[in-house]
Design a protein around this ligand. Structure first.
Ligand code: AGP
Length: 372
């Protein structure tokens, strides 16, 4: 009913708007007054976490994209090797797992059969399993050694939005916590990022307030057949997520690529007026990556692409090559997906509406996939 949708036309719009609160709720009570993480609810003893020598993340769809970002955060802050794998592929390849492997299973619903089968396989091999889940008491957390709940509240729309942002927050918490309990050389950075996390809900809110031009742009592209998405580092999973949202909702051909791969094939797809969304890393910190992506934008624009550039506030280098510029707040490099994903959600939702599609219940899809 209209009341359930809180005055919005679709649950998806409501859930997009709820993201600042979902993010804040997921952080609530997990950072103490001294700026340290307290994840006592993660019932895996610190002594076990200190012995972990490999992290394996398993998930599907949007949760898998969160896992790809988690890998970068975990490896950077903890120096523990981490791999992220599609849950549906995992157990069929005889993965190497033992008592020192921490498996992280990410699932909004907690009922996804592929993810459940992957974690069962991991536990049979002696690995410890930590679930990141949005649904209290669902099967995946019940069958795991420990759970870190995301506090997004119920997500009704089939296309995941607020659950994704809170999965990211939970992944950062796990990465930072592992770094904290193991004491890495990134101690100072870990402390600084924990502080920045406290402001991130406000940054998401800022993005939401500036979405009207994105909606306008989406409507203007309603008769296109294809949209490409490019990103690097944490921007690559964001590109994949933007493409997945567009497939699910707008039923358009949408592909995400790692921008560095362009020259290895995908650049052949670029033609006049093709919309290409580019997620630009911060010019601070990893500036080499930033420069490379600016060259990619130049290359595709020279071949006629219509460039839709998502770039940090104050990044002037992209301005000459952006047909459409979407600004996002400045964040630490690894946290950028929390703000960069939001315009892509709004974009897909508006494009779907403009094409007359059912936003909350896309064709052929179910909210939770309980079959393999
Ligand atoms: C997201 O928009 C999708 N509907 C889908 O990819 C989803 O994320 C995936 O099926 C995993 O679901 P889960 O998080 O409930 O396990």
């Amino acid at each position: 009913s209209a009341a359930e949708k809180g005055g919005y036309d679709y649950f998806m719009l409501k859930e997009i708007a709820e993201q600042p609160k979902a993010v804040a709720d997921t952080l609530l009570g997990r950072i103490d007054a001294s700026g340290s993480l307290t994840l006592d609810e993660v019932r895996i003893p610190v002594s076990v976490l200190r012995e972990v020598d490999k992290v394996v993340i398993v998930a599907c769809g949007t949760a898998y994209h969160a896992g790809m970002i988690a890998k970068l955060a975990i490896e950077h802050w903890t120096r523990i090797p981490c791999e992220t794998e599609l849950a549906s592929e995992f157990r069929y390849r005889d993965p190497i797992l033992d008592q020192r492997t921490l498996v992280v299973a990410i699932s909004q619903s907690g009922e996804t059969m592929d993810t459940l089968m992957a974690l069962r396989h991991a536990r049979e091999q002696g690995a410890k399993v930590l679930a990141i889940c949005n649904t209290n008491g669902s099967t995946i957390p019940r069958e795991s050694d420990a759970v870190l709940y995301t506090h997004a509240g119920p997500e009704v729309a089939v296309a995941s939005t607020k659950a994704f942002l809170t999965q990211l927050v939970a992944c950062y918490l796990v990465a930072l916590y592992l770094g904290q309990v193991r004491g890495t050389k990134w101690g100072d950075e870990i402390e600084a990022v924990i502080r920045e996390l406290s402001d991130i809900a406000a940054a998401v809110d800022t993005v939401l307030e500036t979405m009207e031009p994105v909606r306008e742009l989406a409507r203007s592209l309603a008769d296109k057949n294809t949209v490409l998405f490019l990103g690097r580092h944490v921007g690559y999973p964001v590109a994949l997520e933007g493409a997945l949202k567009l497939k699910e909702l707008a039923y358009m051909h949408a592909e995400g690529f790692a921008a560095g791969e362009l020259k290895h094939g995908p650049i052949a797809l670029i033609e006049k007026d093709l919309p290409v969304v580019v997620v630009v890393p911060s010019p601070r910190g990893r500036s080499v990556l930033h420069d490379k992506i600016v060259s990619n934008i130049q290359e595709i624009r020279a071949r006629g692409a219509r460039t839709i550039v998502i770039a940090e506030e104050g990044d002037e280098a992209v301005v000459p090559y952006a047909d459409h510029l979407i600004r996002i707040p400045v964040t630490p490099t690894l946290l950028q997906p929390l703000v960069a994903t939001v315009p892509l959600q709004v974009f897909a939702c508006e494009l779907a509406t403009a094409r007359g599609n059912e936003v909350d219940q896309p064709r052929n899809l179910a909210k939770s996939v309980t079959v393999e």
